[in-house]
Design a protein around this ligand. Structure first.
Ligand code: CMC
Length: 430
């Protein structure tokens, strides 16, 4: 805490004398918790433009500089030198693991990948054309019914087992949702495979044939997962925290996060980018659609552009763009018309005054969908891929919040704009 922030009324009278909260990095925050009690006033910030909902030690973003760090480590260094499993450890436990810690963690994740056999029948209950995100949200919420042994949220060991289980099982659940949607048999996880190779195997292998995982595809997926692993208080993580603040079962809180991620303004954007590229068709139409995106009377937006926090390049997009080239080259798809169209849109938008003035740069989802498509991942599975990667972030934030003895239920207030008090009128007199 540092010096106070004073609010004065129109006549110079003191309305509030509020303490400031200072973190390690980033802007100071005015602690308004005492404001209502002292002045009878609320603060108003409907979409959280200027509001911190918590303190956190996990992830830091400087949107102006285009900087993203997990536990202090810049994400570009992690993407270059680390692995998704190591990043999971870092996010959950705060430090990079020793070799022994990494081996123990990696083994634990590999040996928790199976789901209860009866869960398989849940997938069969969905219509054949159900979106995989709908199946994932439902099945993850139902996990609470299977793990009565580890739902004492006040026990650190229970919290730890939950986090490991959740990270290990989410690829199995996502792959089962996919297999259901294409009418293929469910493939069991293979503990000999690393996290991303195992996921590719569960998605694309069939029992009738041998399947060999492409190591370049697995590596590309691993980097994408590192970049998506956490993003501080984004909409889905804040949803997990708010749901979790009630003391609910952690699997239910993660299911809430999955549903929040689904929207096109958030994790659903990678799917929306691919649908948009299909809608635009080819390079010759790029200018027309850029004009539509700028037209306020047209609801069309350039999906994969803009970000609430980044007012500079999204650092994740810079790394993914590079990977996109490598993967497409490896797969002999460097002249892929979708990628060419994406590059053209990027170029036109970056040179356009509208996008420059509003600081709308390509975000992480602009390129991730193209890589996923090149890897053969269908459009409907793109947001589930994001959900798999973000599960560790959700679990880390849930753990941080739940372990905090000062945690209280989250409960925003409102500015009421409805009718004033009035008396009930009997139905025959209305
Ligand atoms: N295309 C055209 N105009 C845009 C776009 C876009 N993609 N994004 C923002 N704008 C305009 C918007 O119309 C507004 O203009 P004005 O000031 O004249 O009203 C201005 O830029 C500010 O936009 P906003 O909607 O107030 O900004 P926001 O912070 O509320 O929304 C956003 C951020 C990401 C939801 C938005 O930029 C958007 O809808 N982008 C497309 C969807 C997308 O790519 N989402 C993925 C985000 S990154 C992955 C993740 O973290 O989940």
């Amino acid at each position: 805490m540092s010096a106070n922030y004073k609010i004065t009324g129109p006549d110079g009278q003191s309305l509030a004398d509020l303490p400031l909260v200072e973190g390690t990095l980033g802007p100071k925050a005015v602690d308004v918790r005492g404001l209502y009690g002292n002045s009878g006033m609320f603060t108003y910030d409907p979409s959280f433009n200027s509001t911190c909902s918590c303190e956190s030690k996990i992830t830091y973003i400087d949107g102006g500089e285009g900087l993203l760090m997990y536990r202090g480590y810049p994400v570009d260094q992690l993407a270059k030198h680390s692995s998704f499993i190591e990043v999971c450890y870092l996010l959950l436990y705060g430090e990079l693991p020793t070799a022994a810690q990494l081996e123990e963690f990696d083994t634990a994740i590999r040996y928790h990948t199976m789901i209860n056999e009866s869960l398989k029948s849940f997938f069969g209950g969905f219509r054949y054309d159900a979106h995989p995100m709908a199946m994932m949200a439902g099945v993850v919420a139902s996990l609470s019914a299977f793990y009565h042994d580890t739902t004492n949220i006040n026990d650190p060991e229970h919290r730890n087992i939950f986090a490991r289980r959740m990270i290990a099982k989410i690829p199995t659940i996502a792959a089962a949702a996919y297999k259901r949607s294409v009418g293929q048999p469910f493939m069991y996880p293979q503990n000999r495979l690393d996290y991303c190779s195992n996921l590719l195997h569960m998605l694309f292998a069939v029992p009738a044939e041998d399947y060999e995982v492409d190591p370049i595809a697995a590596k590309a997926l691993d980097v994408l997962f590192i970049l998506h692993a956490d993003h501080e208080q984004n909409a889905s993580t804040s949803t997990v925290r708010l749901a979790g603040s009630t003391g609910c079962n952690p699997y239910a809180a993660i299911a809430a996060g999955i549903t929040a991620l689904w929207g096109p303004a958030h994790g659903g954007a990678n799917e929306a980018v691919l649908r948009m590229l299909d809608q635009i068709g080819d390079i010759s139409q790029a200018d027309k659609f850029i004009a539509k995106a700028k037209d306020k009377s047209d609801p069309f937006r350039l999906m994969g552009f803009g970000h609430r926090v980044y007012k500079n390049f999204d650092p994740r997009a810079t790394i993914i763009r590079e990977y996109c080239h490598q993967v497409l080259e490896h797969l002999g798809m460097e002249n892929d018309p979708k990628f060419e169209l994406a590059l053209k849109l990027e170029q036109v938008a970056l040179e356009d005054d509208y996008f420059k003035e509003k600081k709308l740069y390509p975000n992480v989802d602009f390129y991730s969908g193209i890589i996923y498509k090149a890897l053969g991942i269908p459009v409907s599975m793109m947001t589930p891929m994001f959900a798999i990667a973000r599960t560790v972030g959700w679990a880390a934030h849930w753990q941080e919040m739940t372990a905090d003895p000062g945690n209280r239920i989250g409960r925003p207030r409102q500015v009421y704009t409805g009718s004033e008090q009035r008396d009930y009128v009997a139905v025959e007199k209305r």
